[in-house]
Design a protein around this ligand. Structure first.
Ligand code: ATP
Ligand code: MG
Length: 451
């Protein structure tokens, strides 16, 4: 028997909202991204509703509403526990700062479609009558796989500069072409992106990097001119040569975009960003050496320099601190994977128990596939992961600080050093029980003259 869940899914919840609005005599449709995604047989991330009802009328009709953007006509209707973004058809007054309209006014469905960004995002669907409503030619562009601005692209990008990046994002995620006039406008106006807030830029870039077509997304970012404005440190990778022995694929930029393309489909944002940034230290650490008569390029310390640059970039994009730390850890650690087969057991276990290990291993795999293609270290780690139990990788400590104080040590760094030493021997398998650990400590603390 199917389990009954109390929460509706987004589609059902939005369907109820539409039905209720229509019953009350208003026009109401699914709008924007969800209509586009359904026609493409993609799963919509959420279902938005657009209606002829005004915000106050929406609020009157439903029991549980949250006026998230009442001034813009947007009300969250909570239906069966699921929030449904329900917006009055609206038009927009002049934009002042390239970010927000000076005012909005309530209008017809057709005018609401006209203020949306791209034709494929300007569609409505009536889920009761099962009818598509297309005022902007979005259906044809969906079929042709084209991202085209609604109206004059230069004017639309001047109004709201985030649309520059949204064009690249939508084209990347859907693997669509950007129509010629829209593309020329993107290229021409790319510098305006500087005026957009870091958070909004971060959201769009993350969607690009998490897409299956992230490598193409990087190409579009670069060719549009957006990359050198938003991420000059990444642009700097182009033309930084690699040695053909480890990197037959090409320069640091070519390698990075190839590695992006080797990531699994369901990557986390931290893995996606860490992959983009894993070699960001290379342009600054590059040294050229002659080895046996031919030139070789090496990048000493690039992981550490990369970590510093990654932090600077993520801070600039106002990332949450914990995520920044995770990305920086992955970048800083990525070179240790080449040594895993010669590591001490304790070092290996510490690697396996790192909070970011799963992502680090995915990056390592993609890094190899995007260069020399040797997966020996990856396979070794997969085998070790299987062979070792959780308890073996991260055993409960045999002793604690109290034990050491009872042996006569004073509080201080010395205690930590002894604990680490015991942990090391436990991970190596040299100490197995608490009794063994205590005996070993007694003997060694005495002989070192510390107690
Ligand atoms: P996703 O699947 O990532 O949610 P989406 O197209 O639904 O993609 P949203 O940011 O959720 O993107 O926006 C919902 C809709 O609002 C879009 O489909 C588009 O019609 C409209 N829209 C969003 N941002 C803009 C903008 N900057 N300018 C004009 N219209 C916009
Ligand atoms: Mg959406």
């Amino acid at each position: 028997m199917k389990k009954k869940t109390s929460k509706l899914d987004s589609r059902h919840a939005s369907l109820r909202v539409v039905r209720r609005l229509q019953k009350a005599g208003y026009e109401a449709y699914w709008a924007g991204g969800c209509v586009r995604d359904r026609l493409l047989k993609r799963r919509p991330s959420d279902y938005d509703v657009a209606t002829s009802a005004r915000p106050a009328q929406i609020q009157k009709l439903f029991r549980h509403t949250i006026p998230v953007g009442k001034a813009f006509g947007v009300i969250l209707v909570v239906e069966g526990g699921v929030p449904v973004e329900t917006a009055a058809f609206r038009g927009e007054g002049a934009y002042k700062d390239g970010r927000r309209p000076s005012k909005v006014f309530f209008t017809s469905a057709e005018n609401d479609a006209q203020r949306r960004d791209f034709t494929i995002n300007g569609l409505f669907y009536d889920p009761i009558a099962r009818k598509l409503i297309d005022f902007v030619g979005g259906r044809i562009d969906l079929r042709k796989k084209i991202v085209r601005a609604i109206g004059d692209p230069v004017q639309r990008f001047r109004e709201d500069h985030l649309r520059l990046l949204r064009a690249v994002r939508v084209a990347t995620v859907l693997n669509f072409r950007i129509e010629a006039k829209t593309w020329r406008a993107t290229h021409k106006l790319a510098p305006l992106i500087k005026k957009i807030s870091a958070e909004r830029i971060r959201e769009e870039l993350t969607k690009i990097l998490c897409s299956d077509h992230a490598a193409r997304g990087l190409d579009l970012l670069r060719r549009s001119g957006l990359l050198k404005i938003l991420l000059p440190e990444i642009e700097a990778m182009a033309g930084v040569k690699h040695s053909p022995d480890f990197h037959p694929e090409g320069d640091v930029w070519v390698h990075t975009r190839l590695v992006m393309s080797k990531l699994p489909g369901n990557r986390t944002p931290t893995l996606a960003w860490a992959t983009l940034l894993h070699d960001v230290g290379k342009p600054r650490t590059c040294v050229k050496k002659k080895v046996k008569g031919s030139w070789r390029w090496r990048f000493p310390g690039h992981a550490e320099v990369g970590e510093r640059l990654a932090r600077r970039i993520l801070d600039r994009l106002k990332w949450p601190r914990a995520d920044t730390q995770a990305v920086c850890d992955i970048v800083a650690n990525h070179m240790t994977f080449k040594d895993v087969q010669s590591m001490r057991l304790s070092t290996l276990k510490r690697l396996l128990s790192r909070p970011t290990f799963v992502e680090e291993l995915e990056l390592h795999r993609a890094d190899c596939l995007g260069s020399h293609r040797m997966l020996g270290n990856y396979r070794f780690l997969k085998r070790m992961q299987k062979a070792l139990t959780r308890e073996q990788v991260r055993p409960k400590p045999l002793v604690n600080g109290h034990d050491l104080l009872e042996m006569g040590l004073y509080e201080g760094p010395e205690v930590g050093r002894w604990l680490r030493q015991v942990e090391e021997m436990q991970l190596e398998g040299d100490l197995k029980t608490r009794g063994e650990a205590l005996a070993w400590l007694r003997q060694n603390i005495v002989s070192s003259g510390n107690s």
